[in-house]
Design a protein around this ligand. Structure first.
Ligand code: SF4
Ligand code: SF4
Length: 163
Protein backbone atom coordinates (compact mmCIF):
# COMPACT_ATOMS: atom_id res chain seq x y z
CA UNK A 1 0.00 0.00 0.00
CA UNK A 2 2.86 2.39 0.77
CA UNK A 3 4.12 2.17 -2.82
CA UNK A 4 0.58 2.63 -4.20
CA UNK A 5 0.10 5.78 -2.10
CA UNK A 6 3.49 7.12 -3.18
CA UNK A 7 2.63 6.75 -6.85
CA UNK A 8 -0.98 7.92 -6.59
CA UNK A 9 -0.53 11.72 -7.03
CA UNK A 10 1.48 11.17 -10.23
CA UNK A 11 -0.99 8.60 -11.58
CA UNK A 12 -3.82 11.05 -10.83
CA UNK A 13 -1.93 13.78 -12.69
CA UNK A 14 -1.35 11.48 -15.67
CA UNK A 15 -5.05 10.60 -15.93
CA UNK A 16 -6.41 14.06 -15.12
CA UNK A 17 -7.07 15.24 -18.69
CA UNK A 18 -8.72 11.97 -19.63
CA UNK A 19 -10.79 12.01 -16.43
CA UNK A 20 -11.93 15.58 -17.01
CA UNK A 21 -13.12 14.66 -20.51
CA UNK A 22 -14.82 11.54 -19.21
CA UNK A 23 -16.71 13.41 -16.47
CA UNK A 24 -17.71 16.24 -18.83
CA UNK A 25 -19.28 13.62 -21.11
CA UNK A 26 -20.84 11.81 -18.15
CA UNK A 27 -22.47 15.01 -16.90
CA UNK A 28 -24.07 15.67 -20.28
CA UNK A 29 -25.48 12.20 -20.67
CA UNK A 30 -25.32 10.05 -17.53
CA UNK A 31 -26.29 6.41 -18.16
CA UNK A 32 -29.70 5.46 -16.74
CA UNK A 33 -28.18 2.82 -14.47
CA UNK A 34 -25.39 5.04 -13.08
CA UNK A 35 -26.57 4.89 -9.43
CA UNK A 36 -26.70 1.08 -9.50
CA UNK A 37 -23.38 0.81 -11.32
CA UNK A 38 -21.65 3.07 -8.78
CA UNK A 39 -22.87 0.95 -5.85
CA UNK A 40 -21.61 -2.16 -7.66
CA UNK A 41 -18.18 -0.64 -8.43
CA UNK A 42 -17.86 0.84 -4.93
CA UNK A 43 -18.68 -2.44 -3.21
CA UNK A 44 -16.37 -4.46 -5.48
CA UNK A 45 -13.47 -2.06 -4.82
CA UNK A 46 -13.93 -1.99 -1.05
CA UNK A 47 -14.01 -5.79 -0.93
CA UNK A 48 -10.39 -5.57 -2.17
CA UNK A 49 -9.21 -2.40 -0.44
CA UNK A 50 -8.85 -2.35 3.33
CA UNK A 51 -8.97 1.22 4.63
CA UNK A 52 -7.05 0.13 7.74
CA UNK A 53 -4.00 -0.47 5.52
CA UNK A 54 -4.32 3.02 4.10
CA UNK A 55 -5.94 5.84 6.12
CA UNK A 56 -4.57 8.28 3.55
CA UNK A 57 -7.73 10.41 3.73
CA UNK A 58 -7.34 10.78 7.51
CA UNK A 59 -3.62 11.50 7.12
CA UNK A 60 -3.63 14.01 4.31
CA UNK A 61 -6.97 15.79 4.29
CA UNK A 62 -9.47 16.29 7.02
CA UNK A 63 -13.27 16.20 6.85
CA UNK A 64 -15.61 19.16 7.14
CA UNK A 65 -17.47 19.18 10.45
CA UNK A 66 -21.15 20.10 10.26
CA UNK A 67 -22.91 21.59 13.29
CA UNK A 68 -24.49 18.19 13.90
CA UNK A 69 -21.05 16.53 13.78
CA UNK A 70 -19.71 19.06 16.29
CA UNK A 71 -22.64 18.51 18.66
CA UNK A 72 -22.39 14.71 18.48
CA UNK A 73 -18.61 14.50 18.88
CA UNK A 74 -18.48 17.16 21.61
CA UNK A 75 -21.11 15.19 23.53
CA UNK A 76 -18.99 12.05 23.14
CA UNK A 77 -16.09 13.89 24.84
CA UNK A 78 -18.47 15.46 27.40
CA UNK A 79 -17.42 18.86 26.11
CA UNK A 80 -19.45 21.91 25.18
CA UNK A 81 -19.58 22.35 21.37
CA UNK A 82 -17.68 25.65 21.64
CA UNK A 83 -14.99 24.03 23.74
CA UNK A 84 -14.65 21.23 21.16
CA UNK A 85 -14.38 23.78 18.34
CA UNK A 86 -11.70 25.76 20.15
CA UNK A 87 -9.68 22.63 20.93
CA UNK A 88 -9.75 20.84 17.58
CA UNK A 89 -11.18 22.96 14.77
CA UNK A 90 -10.63 26.08 12.72
CA UNK A 91 -12.70 27.86 10.09
CA UNK A 92 -11.33 27.48 6.54
CA UNK A 93 -11.51 29.84 3.55
CA UNK A 94 -14.99 28.48 2.64
CA UNK A 95 -16.19 29.24 6.20
CA UNK A 96 -16.41 25.56 7.10
CA UNK A 97 -15.16 23.93 10.27
CA UNK A 98 -12.12 21.75 9.54
CA UNK A 99 -9.37 20.15 11.62
CA UNK A 100 -6.64 22.42 12.97
CA UNK A 101 -4.04 19.98 11.67
CA UNK A 102 -3.58 16.78 9.70
CA UNK A 103 -3.10 13.84 10.18
CA UNK A 104 -6.41 13.86 12.01
CA UNK A 105 -6.03 14.07 15.79
CA UNK A 106 -8.45 11.17 16.16
CA UNK A 107 -6.43 8.75 14.03
CA UNK A 108 -4.53 6.09 15.96
CA UNK A 109 -1.08 4.74 15.04
CA UNK A 110 -2.88 1.51 14.03
CA UNK A 111 -5.01 3.51 11.54
CA UNK A 112 -8.12 3.05 13.68
CA UNK A 113 -10.37 6.07 14.20
CA UNK A 114 -10.78 6.71 17.92
CA UNK A 115 -14.20 8.33 17.38
CA UNK A 116 -15.39 5.86 14.73
CA UNK A 117 -18.94 5.53 16.10
CA UNK A 118 -19.48 9.29 16.13
CA UNK A 119 -17.13 10.34 13.29
CA UNK A 120 -18.15 13.18 10.96
CA UNK A 121 -20.63 12.46 8.19
CA UNK A 122 -17.96 13.36 5.62
CA UNK A 123 -15.72 10.58 6.97
CA UNK A 124 -18.56 8.06 6.81
CA UNK A 125 -19.26 8.95 3.20
CA UNK A 126 -15.71 9.36 1.85
CA UNK A 127 -14.82 8.84 -1.04
CA UNK A 128 -18.50 9.29 -1.99
CA UNK A 129 -18.23 6.79 -4.84
CA UNK A 130 -21.54 5.07 -4.01
CA UNK A 131 -23.58 8.21 -3.87
CA UNK A 132 -26.54 8.93 -6.11
CA UNK A 133 -26.06 11.21 -9.13
CA UNK A 134 -22.32 10.65 -8.95
CA UNK A 135 -21.81 12.80 -12.09
CA UNK A 136 -22.62 15.87 -9.97
CA UNK A 137 -19.52 15.57 -7.80
CA UNK A 138 -16.96 15.20 -10.56
CA UNK A 139 -14.79 18.11 -9.41
CA UNK A 140 -14.51 16.61 -5.95
CA UNK A 141 -13.80 13.17 -7.43
CA UNK A 142 -11.04 14.58 -9.66
CA UNK A 143 -9.34 15.71 -6.44
CA UNK A 144 -10.11 12.55 -4.48
CA UNK A 145 -8.44 10.22 -7.00
CA UNK A 146 -5.10 11.78 -5.99
CA UNK A 147 -5.74 10.93 -2.31
CA UNK A 148 -7.75 7.74 -2.33
CA UNK A 149 -6.49 4.64 -4.18
CA UNK A 150 -9.99 3.13 -4.05
CA UNK A 151 -11.54 6.20 -5.72
CA UNK A 152 -8.77 6.06 -8.35
CA UNK A 153 -9.55 2.42 -9.16
CA UNK A 154 -13.29 3.05 -9.22
CA UNK A 155 -12.90 5.87 -11.75
CA UNK A 156 -10.63 3.68 -13.89
CA UNK A 157 -13.25 0.93 -13.81
CA UNK A 158 -16.00 3.46 -14.66
CA UNK A 159 -14.07 4.46 -17.76
CA UNK A 160 -13.84 0.81 -18.80
CA UNK A 161 -17.52 0.17 -18.18
CA UNK A 162 -19.05 3.36 -19.60
CA UNK A 163 -18.08 4.17 -23.15
S1 SF4 B 1 -11.33 5.84 1.90
FE1 SF4 B 1 -9.66 5.78 0.40
S2 SF4 B 1 -8.03 7.11 1.21
FE2 SF4 B 1 -9.46 6.67 2.87
S3 SF4 B 1 -8.57 4.90 3.90
FE3 SF4 B 1 -10.05 4.10 2.43
S4 SF4 B 1 -8.86 3.68 0.57
FE4 SF4 B 1 -7.62 5.03 1.88
S1 SF4 C 1 -12.45 11.49 12.42
FE1 SF4 C 1 -11.75 9.41 12.17
S2 SF4 C 1 -12.38 8.80 10.10
FE2 SF4 C 1 -12.47 11.05 10.22
S3 SF4 C 1 -10.48 11.79 9.50
FE3 SF4 C 1 -10.33 11.58 11.72
S4 SF4 C 1 -9.53 9.52 12.07
FE4 SF4 C 1 -10.28 9.61 9.95
Amino acid sequence: MEEILKQLPQRAKDTNTENKKFFAKLKKKPPKNLDTLMVELHEAEFRKTDCLNCANCCKTTGPLFTDKDVERIAKHFRMKPQQFIETYLRVDEDHDYVLQSVPCTFLGADNYCSIYEVRPKACREFPHTDRKKFQQISNLTLKNVAICPAAFNIVEEMKRRIS
